[in-house]
Design a protein around this ligand. Structure first.
Ligand code: FES
Length: 104
């Protein structure tokens, strides 16, 4: 599956990953180093914050309360914000657009 990443400077790149990994892991494994993912994917750091298109966001399984709370701690939360470690590649449509959120 592919994902179109939009980095903080607006540069776009397409990455490829298996369905079995999270979006965060997909970005990390492809060297998208703006996504720090400091906690390693256990939903406690919010450094894997991304913003998705509305239709993609709406099609994903609902986020947990923990993810919701953590996103609230960001100054850059948008309506379609998610923590990428909590999004499975399996749930994303092919070639979804994923924008890296500004650094908090
Ligand atoms: Fe830490 Fe996602 S990697 S919350």
């Amino acid at each position: 599956k592919t994902v179109e990443i939009i980095e903080r400077d607006g540069q776009r790149r397409t990455i490829t990953a298996d369905e079995g990994v999270s979006l965060m892991e997909a970005m990390r494994d492809n060297g998208v180093d703006e996504v720090l993912a400091l906690c390693g994917g256990c939903c406690s750091c919010a450094t894997c914050h991304v913003i998705l298109p509305q239709d993609v966001f709406a099609s994903l399984p609902a986020m947990s309360d923990d993810e919701d709370d953590l996103l609230d701690s960001s100054d850059h939360r948008e309506a379609n914000s998610r923590l990428s470690c909590q999004v499975s590649m399996a749930d994303l449509p092919d070639n979804a657009e994923c924008r890296v959120a500004p650094e908090d």
